[in-house]
Design a protein around this ligand. Structure first.
Ligand SMILES: Cc1cc2nc3c(=O)[nH]c(=O)nc-3n(C[C@H](O)[C@H](O)[C@H](O)COP(=O)(O)OP(=O)(O)OC[C@H]3O[C@@H](n4cnc5c(N)ncnc54)[C@H](O)[C@@H]3O)c2cc1C
Length: 424
């Protein structure tokens, strides 16, 4: 690091990836400044929505691997969410997974998942990150570019409430501004090629509605997933939230869209291959209007393949790789990549580490979306309806705890080639 602000890091974007990056960088830098366009609301007002994260009104599951890394970076996170009314449960024992229209055998795995509103999860991360003595927030500021000489040496920001533009000098700038990241343009401004992009078109549409629910409607579970399977375009996820509420997200791909009006919403839920979602929608009390979100394409930007990345600039979170939201990977993978900042902030090393972390979740999602599950995986899913060990093996991969190669273990092949799956 050559500039005299080398002990300061600036993080662009104050959402999940940005705040987790700030927490990791606080262990290496004397000061960390997080720049955010929105004026961030207090966490106690989780019903207040902000413009920068329109996805916050839709189901957001935090996978066990993500929860564990957030907890490592920001001790006390889980407790904070639970104290505010969030729910914790086993990712298989307390989550109902309907795959191929059939429920996976529920069993205790010891892997804890959290279910709470996205504003509560994000706000809890934010509160803990900003409580670190060397992390500060500059909200209400738009990032308009980076300053560079031999490398990136600062971020250009404009106040959205008057006060003009200025440069925040820094030894490291981390772009966590999400899917609309301008980092490829900043590289172009420096005369450098941008990253190759891999994009997968899914034409996904979410329609979500909050309900007041009595506890017993979820049968003790915290999340219920009705996954799309070959030949189907519709799916749903329901999650219990703080405050006695549940959020129901109805999803469709390739032209399917759940209507926002209650009658159409209910009819769409009734068209799913299992009745779990419709049962809740019919019995619960709607709380407010439905909201919709279109997500045509998801994109991975291959920064690790660039021959030249300027010193002092890293890109993280959805800015580097935005996933198909139905697999619930984004926040967890952002946490894993933020965790990697503890090991290296040198661009080539960081982007290589990030690529290694992105490979498994990206491959899982793309394979499922483009090819559909392979024959062995589909057989495994069907056998996992009766076999708790197979269900656990499958969910450990889905939850990003084990790599996809774990499903090729000899014991799984043996179990699947047995004449009839052993009931556990
Ligand atoms: C519909 C939907 C559902 C999802 N469901 C899940 C789920 O179930 N589980 C899961 O783990 N993930 C889910 N995700 C993904 C998850 O929301 C993201 O992966 C996660 O928020 C991390 O994103 P991020 O922090 O990189 O970017 P974002 O959350 O998009 O935040 C970017 C931040 O940068 C700020 N910003 C942008 N531009 C500027 C600028 N020029 N100057 C200053 N600030 C700026 C924005 O205001 C915002 O605060 C879902 C996504 C969508 C779209």
């Amino acid at each position: 690091m050559s500039n005299h602000h080398s002990d300061r890091a600036v993080v662009l974007g104050g959402s999940v990836a940005g705040m987790l990056a700030a927490a990791a960088l606080a262990q290496r830098y004397g000061s960390v400044t997080v720049v955010e366009r929105d004026v961030l609301p207090p966490t106690s007002r989780t019903s207040e929505h902000r413009r920068g994260v329109p996805q916050e009104r839709h189901v957001h599951g935090l996978l066990p691997q993500g929860r564990q890394i957030v907890e490592e970076l920001l001790p006390g996170f889980t407790e904070r969410v639970l104290t505010a009314g969030g729910h914790q449960g086993d990712v298989l024992g307390d989550t109902r997974w309907y795959l191929n229209g059939l429920p996976l055998r529920q069993a205790h795995t010891g892997l804890a998942a959290l279910s709470a509103s996205r504003p509560l999860i994000e706000g809890s991360i934010r509160d803990l990150a900003l409580a670190l003595p060397n992390v500060t927030l500059l909200d209400g500021h738009d990032v308009v570019g980076v300053r560079a000489d031999s490398g990136v040496t600062g971020a250009r920001v404009t106040s959205l409430h008057g006060g003009g533009s200025r440069v925040l000098p820094a030894g490291l700038v981390v772009d966590a501004t999400g899917r609309g990241s301008r980092a490829p343009h900043w590289l172009a401004d420096l005369g450098l090629p941008g990253p190759a992009e891999e994009a997968v078109r899914i034409d996904l549409a979410y329609t979500s509605r909050l309900f007041d629910v009595p506890d017993e409607l979820f049968d003790g579970d915290i999340v219920v997933v009705t996954a799309r399977f070959p030949g189907q375009h519709r799916s749903s996820v329901m999650q219990r939230l703080e405050g006695g509420r549940a959020l129901v997200t109805l999803a469709g791909v390739h032209g399917e869209r759940a209507p926002a009006d209650l009658a159409g919403f209910t009819a769409y839920a009734e068209s799913l291959p299992v009745s779990a979602t419709a049962d809740v929608v019919r019995a619960a009390t709607p709380a407010g209007d439905a909201v919709s979100f279109r997500y045509p394409t998801y994109v991975r930007r291959r920064y690790e393949q660039l021959a030249t990345v300027p010193d002092g600039l890293l890109v993280l979170g959805d800015a580097a790789c935005a996933f198909n939201p139905v697999y619930g990977q984004g926040m967890s993978v952002a946490a894993m990549c933020a965790g990697a900042l503890r090991t290296s902030v040198e661009p080539a090393a960081f982007f290589a580490a990030q690529a290694a972390l992105l490979d498994a979740p990206w491959t899982l999602a793309v394979r499922a979306d483009v090819e559909g599950p392979s024959e062995p995986v589909r057989r495994l899913q069907l056998a996992a309806v009766h076999d708790a060990e197979l269900a656990e093996a499958f969910i450990r991969v889905t939850a990003l705890v084990d790599p996809p190669s774990a499903l090729s273990a000899p014991w799984i092949a043996q179990r699947l080639s047995a004449p009839s799956p052993a009931a556990a």
